[in-house]
Design a protein around this ligand. Structure first.
Ligand SMILES: NC(=O)C1=CN([C@@H]2O[C@H](COP(=O)(O)OP(=O)(O)OC[C@H]3O[C@@H](n4cnc5c(N)ncnc54)[C@H](O)[C@@H]3O)[C@@H](O)[C@H]2O)C=CC1
Ligand SMILES: O=C(O)C1=N[C@H](C(=O)O)C[C@H](O)C1
Length: 248
């Protein structure tokens, strides 16, 4: 049995994760903490893996604490810049074999959508991303959209693709979305939605749309549980659930 603790346990994803861990035969939920709770409860409960679904402004402190106390972490919380990833890498190097998984999206379908989009991107002149989420989401663009744009930009750079064509020279600021590594990302916030993304690819006379929809937060749970099971034997920093899936 792997002893698992959840940070952000009263939140939408944290509560769903507690249920999923409790329903698993090989995992034991030993702590469910939220804002204001004492992290020392994690060591008292002998947690081996922490799952963090909190907020971008607190996640780095949580991870620093976990690494320092010999606890692996599986992280869904957004807000990971290159600078934050570098900080984690050096904290992990100084640790005794701790592992951290940062997964921009735990849904298996979303991981596949990101991989398919990166594969397709060098074959098209234009690529844009539309991400659509519930209006309680605090960050924009989504972590998934930012990671997708990075993967697409890397694939296009490797292939020597030209930048997206775009004749826009006048209009209202923001109309062309956020620029993430040269890829326009458009964010929709709409009551009724959970988490959705469409990657639009275009070339002369044709378009390709790659869309993924999470209609319920249960869609993330298979990936969270996979991450918990794998991180115990994976020291260092892993970015992206695809590294724990056989996609060859
Ligand atoms: N990687 C993925 O597949 C997914 C990632 N997310 C991300 O996960 C994060 C949480 O999302 P939701 O559950 O929708 O948000 P939420 O707002 O429903 O839950 C966040 C919870 O964290 C708690 N919290 C805040 N500070 C804390 C602290 N210092 N220690 C412990 N708990 C603390 C809050 O009280 C709240 O209960 C967001 O960054 C979101 O973008 C959400 C869905 C899927
Ligand atoms: O806040 C959410 O809901 C989600 N956040 C993650 C993101 O920002 O990509 C993952 C998923 O899109 C749901």
């Amino acid at each position: 049995m792997i002893k698992v603790a959840v940070l952000g346990a009263k939140g939408k994803m944290g509560a769903q994760t507690c249920q999923a861990v409790e329903a698993s035969d090989d995992l034991e939920l030993v702590a469910a903490l939220d804002q204001g709770d004492d992290l020392d409860e994690l060591t008292t409960a002998k947690a081996e893996v922490v799952v963090d679904f909190t907020r971008p402004e607190v996640v780095m402190d949580n991870l620093g604490w976990c690494i320092g106390h010999g606890i692996h972490a599986v992280v869904g919380t957004t807000g990971f810049t290159e600078e934050r990833l570098a900080t984690l890498r050096s904290q992990l190097e100084a640790s005794s074999g701790m592992g951290v998984l940062i997964a921009p999206n735990f849904s298996i379908g979303a991981v596949l959508m990101m991989q398919f989009a990166a594969k397709a991107a060098p074959y098209y002149e234009s690529v844009e991303i539309i991400e659509l989420h519930h209006p309680d989401k605090v960050d924009a663009p989504s972590g998934t959209a930012q990671r997708t744009a990075q993967l697409i930009a890397e694939a296009r750079q490797t292939a020597g693709s030209a930048p997206n064509p775009d004749a826009t020279s006048t209009g209202i600021e923001g109309a062309r979305g956020a620029d993430v590594d040269g890829i326009p990302v458009h964010s929709v916030r709409l009551r009724g939605l959970v988490a959705h993304q469409e990657v639009l690819l275009g070339d002369v006379g044709e378009t390709l749309s790659i869309r993924h929809d999470s209609m319920h937060r249960e869609s993330f749970m298979a990936g969270v549980l996979l991450g918990v099971r794998k991180i115990v034997g994976t020291p260092g920093l892993t970015v992206g659930l695809e590294h724990f899936m056989d996609l060859s």
